[in-house]
Design a protein around this ligand. Structure first.
Ligand code: NAP
Length: 281
């Protein structure tokens, strides 16, 4: 079967360009959209993510403020900084790069962020809004998955959607968004019985398992659309996803590659949330 590669790099480029135009319009009206990026410690993966987020801000004409705190930063110190950023009217969005060092309670930190500046969409108020269909910030990776599908003309309404993974940042919000788009959604996890059989029902299969090349051809129905959320680096530094691309792609009608699929969408949607943060009352 010939398959379409869903090009996350191209789609994320379109979204960032739309953000750049909007940021420019706001600037002309006197508002400089500002994202505060907070990093604690020097986790190498976080360093890369933070650098990429700041670069995307530059591309989109969004001002980024950088707060790099040492590894031994205490919880109180971080909460104090968040309090200051919450109160600062020139700051529209606050992003705290996760994971945080062990001495800091991530939940407490997420809950301290003003819900109107929560551009990651991790605060329980925003998670609740997503659940009840109210307006709020949507986590960036799930929002990116929906944009990838829509902008690749993949119909979601009425389709069997299977999401493998139920994390708060990927699996659950992705399932809720697919449901909001009128998909018929099944969420799988490590205790799911007959995972292959359930996965094979999917017209749209989202793999957010966190295990390299876990999804092989026998998890996939002929003609399915496969979205690979996983990011893994092998011992030679090569990236791969949760999907075994070489065996799965020939069975699909469309598939996202790794790299160049969901990854770039996450940052594009962060930019989009920053633009959206200006109008949140
Ligand atoms: P996570 O918190 O580790 O969640 C993994 C989920 O997969 C859990 O719900 C787990 O089930 C389920 N699972 C694990 N083993 C399974 C198995 N054998 N069968 C069925 N389900 C299984 O991971 P995450 O944060 O959601 O991330 C998932 C992947 O996406 C990772 O590779 C991560 O690096 C990547 N990611 C990419 C982006 C991006 O921008 N592209 C952003 C975020 C994450 P239980 O709940 O039962 O444990």
């Amino acid at each position: 079967m010939s398959y379409q590669i869903i090009d996350g790099k191209a789609v994320s480029g379109q979204i960032k360009e739309e953000c750049r135009i909007k940021a420019e319009e706001y600037r002309k009206k006197g508002t400089e959209i500002t994202l505060a990026v907070v990093q604690v410690g020097n986790d190498p993966a976080s360093d890369v993510y933070v650098r990429n987020k700041k670069r995307a801000c530059e591309e989109c004409g969004i001002r980024s403020l950088s707060y790099e705190l040492p590894e031994e930063t205490g919880e109180e110190q971080l909460l104090e900084l968040i309090g200051k950023l919450n109160a600062d009217k020139t700051v529209n969005g606050i992003l705290v790069q996760l994971p945080l060092p062990d001495q800091i309670d991530e939940k407490k930190v997420i809950q301290a962020i003003d819900t109107k500046k929560d551009v990651d969409g991790f605060h329980p108020v925003n998670a609740g809004a997503l659940c009840t269909g109210e307006k709020g910030f949507v986590p960036c990776t799930p929002a990116g998955i929906i944009q990838l599908l829509k902008r690749s003309s993949v119909e979601i309404a009425g389709k069997e959607c299977v999401v493998i993974g139920r994390s708060n940042i990927v699996g659950k919000p992705t399932a809720l968004l697919l449901l909001a788009e009128n998909g018929t959604v099944t969420v799988c996890h490590s205790k799911t019985a007959d995972l292959k059989e359930v996965a094979r029902r999917a017209d749209i299969l989202v793999a957010a398992v966190g295990k390299p090349k876990f999804i092989t051809a026998d998890y996939v129905k002929e003609g399915a659309v496969v979205i690979d959320v996983g990011i893994h680096r092998n011992e030679n530094g090569k990236l791969c996803g949760d999907v075994d691309f070489d065996s799965v792609a020939p069975k699909c009608s469309a598939i996202t590659p790794v790299p160049g699929g969901v990854g770039p969408m996450t940052i594009a949607m962060l930019m989009s949330n920053c633009i959206g943060s200006v109008d949140v009352e």
